[in-house]
Design a binder for this molecule. Structure first.
Ligand code: MIG
Length: 647
């Protein structure tokens, strides 16, 4: 049961696609509400209650005991207690005696205090009088999530190649750099589907340009790589460089498509290209115009993109020098005024005629950029596109995926990657993943192998790292055959992973879940958050600690233990309960549920060679419902593309 409450005059967020009548305020019984400068909602948690949700937030799968601030922000120093990340996913589920979900639908700042003081109080402070609140009642947390996914619309469907392995590094500059990455993977026998181009492919970091010296013929280069089954994925930043002669700039100024400041002139913010203007994505016509700009890339045969800096990230403004760079989002301190001033200083014209400062509607900016590019690519291409964004809000999941930004090469960030996945799935972001190997800092061999073994199971599997960090392409490390083994598992599992992703997306369900969602009533499963369910058949229990050769795994029921190594798959049947499992670095262990099957394909060097139908079946089940298609058709549906396989 879903009940909607409306307060004030809410800003259209496009998160919920279903229409609901608003209930009377007196009907709100899960929270008590106080109205002041903020709308303040509180409730008491039971001693044993778990709180799920909140998408891209730090800490664990159980959000209890922390404070989280929805205020999209670029802080490249990830810590496990930082309150704000790049996305705002204001949906939580209280798993108590009477479980319920709550979605606080507002693009303004929201502070969630989930019993951080240990007094049992859950409080939500919304910094606006205008919001919608959806309360969802159901029997179980999983049932509540499914109801929620049902009202926010179907997740973005990427093409098959987007499920391949991707290599990226901030610092690849030229066609030669990229060709070398491709050649080295080929030489090492490591499958690869795409290579990302970070900001250095552009002419002085200007969107919708290519540095002609570095890439003399982008269309030719892209075609050459496609011939080998490889895709190029360029980055696109939010700000448009102020430069007469830049046609996107000139047109944007002439048509007044950029955000203005309090003086009524275009707001200027320094980002990578120097001083830029920000497109006002809140206007339909601006979104259309911005989306159309991707033609510059699609004309060169490019079909995949990552959108960055769209919180938006700002280095300095006309009024704030760079050296006063704000330090926000740390500990219990909220964003200092100096930085907030940037967001209060530029304005959006909403399609309902209102004008709002960015500060008031902040959390929608990146999501609307994703929508603009997703809709643009939808018009430009006759096949599915790849798109993932850094900043997001629920609703953006219908147009693209997300990656979790500038993590670091640490074991804690690997664990955060594992915790993020189910929480993101609860908020609709099925196509997501972290920078495999870590963005900041130096990755070592052990961490990369363990991280790859996790990323094998996340829809976005991309190795990415920052400039000036140690090289972390697989081929840089000793005994490259171990990396080949781990990455190859991804490709062997693609018939399953692709099938499960598409089924989950088309049915508006989760792909990656906490154990508790599949084993309700199992008290132990409820408290295990470093093991995950992936699709209907698989459970993973990855090694997330340095220097260990195995771990303790909890099995809620008897399962097939699958050990993958360079020799292939070995399966043994194991009983329910706790089990210590050895998993050396060059092997990956995962589990198949009792009575379930996993189709595995042939070894390939990228998805262009993959036959989703040519599979063998692992596991003890008798039947598997497999989704398969050509990997790019827009016209896909369960009724057309699902077939039943018998063991
Ligand atoms: O200020 O484009 O999160 O993935 O490599 C840093 C350079 C800008 C941040 C992204 C990261 C990317 C980097 N960008």
């Amino acid at each position: 049961m879903i009940t909607k409450f409306s307060y004030g005059t809410p800003v259209e967020t496009f998160a919920v696609v279903k229409d609901f009548p608003s209930a009377g305020h007196e009907q709100l019984r899960h929270f008590s509400r106080k109205k002041g400068t903020v709308q303040y909602f509180t409730c008491m948690l039971g001693e044993e209650d778990i709180v799920y949700g909140l998408g891209e937030t730090m800490r664990g799968v159980n959000k209890r005991g922390g404070r989280y601030i929805s205020f999209n922000y670029d802080d490249p120093h990830h810590k496990d207690d930082m309150p704000s990340m790049y996305g705002a996913h204001n949906f939580l589920i209280v798993d108590g005696e009477e479980p319920f979900g709550a979605f606080f639908d507002t693009p303004s700042k929201v502070v969630f205090d989930i019993d951080s003081k240990g007094s049992g109080v859950l409080s939500v402070a919304c910094e606006t009088q205008d919001l919608r609140l959806y309360i969802i009642e159901g029997e179980t947390p999983y049932g509540i999530v499914k109801q929620f996914l049902g009202i926010i619309g179907r997740s973005f469907l990427p093409p098959l190649w987007a499920f391949g392995y991707g290599q990226s590094r901030w610092g690849y500059k030229t066609e030669r750099d990229i060709s070398r990455v491709a050649a080295k993977h080929e030489e090492a026998g490591i499958p690869l589907d795409y290579i990302c181009m970070d900001i250095d492919y552009m002419d002085r970091y200007i969107d919708f340009t290519v540095n002609k010296r570095r890439f003399p013929n982008m269309a030719g280069f892209s075609a050459k790589l496609k011939g080998k089954g490889l895709h190029l994925v360029p980055i696109v930043d939010a700000g448009i460089k102020i430069e007469p002669g830049n046609p996107v700039y000139s047109e944007g100024v002439e048509k007044e498509y950029f955000c203005k400041n309090h003086e009524g002139t275009f707001f200027k913010a320094e980002v990578w290209p120097g001083m830029t203007h920000f497109p006002d994505f809140f206007q339909e016509k601006v979104r259309r115009w911005f989306g159309d700009q991707y033609k510059f890339y699609t004309d060169s045969g490019l079909e995949g993109f990552w959108n960055d800096m769209n919180e938006p990230a700002i280095f300095s403004t006309e009024y704030r020098a760079k050296d006063t760079k704000p330090d926000v989002g740390r500990g219990d301190v909220d964003q200092p005024e100096r930085h907030i001033a940037d967001f209060k200083d530029f304005f959006h014209r909403l399609d309902d005629g209102r004008e709002k400062s960015n500060y008031e509607v902040h959390n929608l900016y990146g999501a609307l950029m994703t929508r603009a590019s997703g809709e643009g690519l939808g018009r430009l291409l006759d096949r599915r596109y790849l798109l993932f964004s850094r900043s997001s809000y629920i609703g953006a999941h219908r147009y693209g995926g997300i990656w979790t930004g500038d993590n670091a090469s640490t074991w804690e960030m690997l664990r955060q990657n594992v915790y993020h996945m189910p929480s993101l799935n609860m908020c609709g972001f099925l196509y997501s993943g972290a920078d495999t190997g870590g963005f900041g800092g130096n990755c070592d061999r052990e961490l990369l192998l363990r991280w790859l073994a996790v990323s094998v199971f996340t829809p976005l599997m991309r190795n990415h790292t920052a400039i000036f960090t140690r090289n972390q392409e697989c081929y840089r490390f000793r005994k490259v055959e171990d990396f080949r083994t781990v990455v190859s598992l991804r490709y062997r599992l693609l018939p399953y992973l692709y099938s499960e992703f598409m089924k989950a997306a088309l049915r508006q369900d989760m792909l990656i879940r906490p154990l508790a969602f599949d084993y309700p009533g199992d008290e132990k499963a409820r408290h295990i958050h470093d093991q995950l369910m992936v699709g209907e058949s698989v459970m993973i229990a990855p090694v997330l600690e340095k220097g260990v050769k195995g771990r303790v795994v909890y099995l809620p029921e008897p399962m097939t233990e699958v050990r993958w190594s360079s020799e292939g798959f070995t399966c043994i049947e194991v009983g329910a309960g706790e089990r210590t499992v050895m998993a050396p670095l060059h092997q990956v262990v995962f589990y198949i549920r009792k009575g379930k099957l996993v189709p595995v394909g042939k070894q390939v060097s990228n998805t262009s060679e993959l036959d989703l139908m040519d599979v063998e079946l692992l596991g003890t089940g008798t039947e598997y419902e497999q989704y398969a298609d050509d990997g790019y058709t827009k016209d896909c549906g369960l009724n057309r593309c699902v077939l039943r396989r018998k063991a």
